[in-house]
Design a binder for this molecule. Sequence first.
Ligand code: ZN
Ligand code: ZN
Length: 445
Amino acid sequence: MTRYLAPLLASVALFASLPQSAHAELDVPALKAKIETSLESDYPRLDALYKDIHAHPEIAFQEEKTAAKLAAEMRALGFEVTEHVGKTGVVALFRNGDGPTIMVRTELDALPMEEKTGLPYASHDKAIWHGRETFVDHSCGHDIHMASWVGAAKTLVGLKDQWHGTLMFIAQPAEEEVAGAKAMLADGLFTRFPKPDVGFALHDGPGAYGTIFYRVGVGSSTADGLFIRFHGRGGHGATPQATIDPVMMASRFVVDVQSVISREKDPTEFGVISVGAIHGGTAGNIIPDEALLVGTIRTFKPEVRAKMLAGIERTAKAVAAMADAPAPDIQIEEGAKAVMNDPAVVATAEKVLKAAFGDKFRTSPPGTPSEDYSEFVNAGVPSMFFNIGVYEPERVAAARNGTGPQLPGNHSPLFAPVPKPTIETGVEAMTLAVLSAFDQRAPGH
Ligand SMILES: [Zn+2]
Ligand SMILES: [Zn+2]
């Protein structure tokens, strides 16, 4: 009797699970082929857009022309577009029946630095930034993100018989200043417009093009700004006994604070303190009154962050006490929070992207830079933030095994993505990720 019961129960269980599993399967090979056909005709336009944006980059909160270019592209695709959300941000909506709202974000801003790639479409543009003239360069690759964003929008509109719901494409200003996401939220991003059910963003980096890197959980670091002012007593450099030397205190702090990393923090946990600037004094023979030290603190976990902040404060106070100086002013400026990738969103996209890209879709450890996409996650949008490579796979392999030169990363004046395969991968991966989310959250699923 029991011998017959087991197979019978198994088939009942299979039958009971049919409605869900029958719905959930996207035909990935067929979709991939459709996306690639659409890209063949769309790419020249995306290439021209990319090179135009690259040659004319704009700095944080000045991205007027860049935003206008994206707004025009999205209007031409039939999106309902609102500009100037959070100063220069763009919100583009495409409604296609009942269903979830899926958000895709790009950044708009470039960096205050000079491009040295020598590319035919290199930027020679300048801008006024904090009162000073500076060159501007898309050296973080946000131009690749914008071209992929427009490309994915075009492809998704072309595939609108495959999904139902609302596409919410947003272009945010000032990612590099960790201020643009907050500005859009403060300007009613999720009250004037629908609050998305799921969100996606991508970032490029110096890996091989065609490769996609992802992870569940922590995706980028928490960044805090560090400002310490050491107060001393100024005087003649030849009579140090009459002074309290703040340059000495700052120097000692820079060295001693690294023992918070090496001796107090768990060595298996990520944490970095870097001091990028020390301001103090004017001449070699004058001991100044004070010295200001500016740094950055990067962590993944709140408990590691708390431990490091406590260690920094103790070290700074101890350094001042050793010199018999007044207590220093210590200021921690909260920057970007870590981006947390949602396990369910990643699991759904993972199935589809694995089927499309095979072993070129890989897990990776979290990145140590920071990202204000975390603002959207913390505002309640379960998300997936993933990375794509930009260089020829052979050059990446040669750099890795030491037979070729190191490749310039983001924020280098030599950062030079190979546009076509990078943008095509961005479009394809983003389109499939969005389709997976629509499918997963479809009504009745
Ligand atoms: Zn950057
Ligand atoms: Zn960036």
